[in-house]
Design a binder for this molecule. Structure first.
Ligand code: GLN
Length: 425
């Protein structure tokens, strides 16, 4: 265990002897299934759940020779931006005292930032890899939807999420991506990347000469002053290395957070229906009424944020409101996709601050879910558009708080964002 509470469990899982990751430790977020090792999703509901199989990414880590030093703490079922909704206690930011590490993969970013793992896997439904990477001053990649298998990832909102790497440098994150990426017959949404066969790690050569960067005005305007300043410093650094930038418009992103939360909560309400205390989760007891038994299990096992989302998601999908909320959100999603495609038709990558704010003080956002949702303004549009994005350290505010720079690429353009990001980290 760590004093900042980064791990839920520190059971070591050994990999094969040889392989590209031999001798290295890769911590795994606790919503990714590990055979014979407890996988809690940060929830009391799954406190004692031990999966009978490995997620595909975990089998790939093992055959690559990696050692898994433990399962990392997270917001319950991935629902959060601060890693404070975990049933196993909040995670502290190891590099910014009194601040949150970001979320929901806060444990993964924290153990990497603290040097308690060489690298880590997180999952990103609406920013959960990029946000904690930004807040802890490390690198995180959210791959293109379909590049990495989700088999064995406990679903939160499956149309939005991907597993991805967190590491101290872009090159190491790319090395980890090389191991986990690629089609999997157990996940029908995976696809062969167009340039398969070449290594992502090789793209981390720092060469940004001639790179054209679009800067979406909407994703910079709303950010904190200290964040914006650090962002432009990093942009100036890229420019000095030969990149050019121009402003682009993404008018649809104004609606992205709303659309994201409607879709994510709707999918969550359906995905979490399986936790009824019979097939999974803690038992709700039984005295002749199954509905009561399910209700007891869910009342006991789920935390407040999860309950809020299941209720809202169920409401958004209900017969009378489906068209008003869910369908509208899907329309907005299509618009966001189209906007990104257009912006990327005359830029190689798009750049913005990863998070509009520096790491929040601990305890601040739990009282105010709406403010917490709005902090996802820059990350959620990328999931709606299924695109790849990387968060690299851009520098620090004058208070010494880490700021992340997000680079978004075209579908399966991981090499481009890796190359661009490696000029900074
Ligand atoms: N903060 C977002 C949410 O709570 C993103 C979470 C995630 O990517 N898993 O939904």
């Amino acid at each position: 265990m760590t004093d900042y509470n980064g791990y839920i469990a520190t059971e070591t899982i050994d990999g094969d002897e040889d392989g590209p990751l031999a001798g290295r430790t890769v911590a795994v977020k606790d919503n990714i299934s590990t055979e014979g090792v407890r996988t809690t999703c940060g929830s009391k509901m799954l406190e004692d759940y031990v999966p009978p199989y490995d997620a595909t990414v975990v089998s790939r880590l093992k055959s690559a020779g990696a050692t898994i030093p433990g399962k990392t703490n997270m917001d319950e079922f991935g629902m959060g931006t601060t890693t404070e909704t975990s049933a196993f206690g909040a995670v502290e930011n190891p590099v910014a005292e009194g601040r949150v590490p970001g979320g929901s993969s806060g444990g993964s970013a924290a153990v990497v930032a603290a040097g308690d793992a060489d690298m880590a896997l997180g999952s990103d439904t609406g920013g959960s890899i990029r946000c904690p990477a930004a807040f802890c001053g490390v690198v995180g990649i959210k791959p293109t939807y379909g590049l990495v298998s989700r088999y064995g990832l406990v679903a939160y909102a499956n149309s939005l999420e991907q597993i991805g790497p967190i590491a101290p440098s872009v090159e190491e994150a790319a090395e980890l991506l090389d191991v986990i990426a690629g089609p999997d017959e157990r996940d029908g949404t995976t696809r062969e990347a167009p340039a398969a066969g070449e290594e992502y790690a090789e793209a981390a050569d720092g060469d940004v000469d001639g790179l054209s960067i679009g800067v979406p005005t909407e994703l910079v305007e709303g950010a904190d002053e200290a964040v914006v300043e650090t962002f432009w410093d990093a942009m100036a650094e890229l420019e000095s290395q030969g990149a050019t930038y121009h402003e682009v418009d993404l008018p649809s992103v104004e609606h992205a957070v709303e659309a994201y939360y409607v879709i994510a909560m709707s999918e969550a309400s359906s995905n979490l229906a399986r936790f009824d205390g019979v097939r999974y989760g803690q038992s709700g007891g039984y005295d002749g009424n199954w509905n009561e038994s399910f209700a007891n299990a869910r009342e006991e096992g789920f935390g407040e944020e999860v309950k809020r989302r299941v209720l809202l998601g169920t409401y958004a999908l209900s017969a009378g409101y489906h068209d008003k909320y869910y369908k509208k959100a899907q329309d907005a999603r299509a618009w966001v996709k189209q906007d990104f495609d257009e912006a990327l038709s005359d830029a190689d990558v798009l750049a913005s601050p990863t998070m509009p704010v520096p790491p929040m003080k601990r305890g601040e956002s739990l009282e105010d879910p709406l403010t917490m949702y709005l902090a996802d303004a820059n990350t959620t549009p990328v999931n709606l558009a299924n695109l790849p994005a990387i968060s690299v350290p851009a520098g620090e505010t004058s208070e010494g708080l880490p700021v992340g720079l997000q680079l978004v690429g075209p579908a399966f353009g991981e090499k481009t964002i890796i190359r661009a990001g490696s000029a900074l980290a």
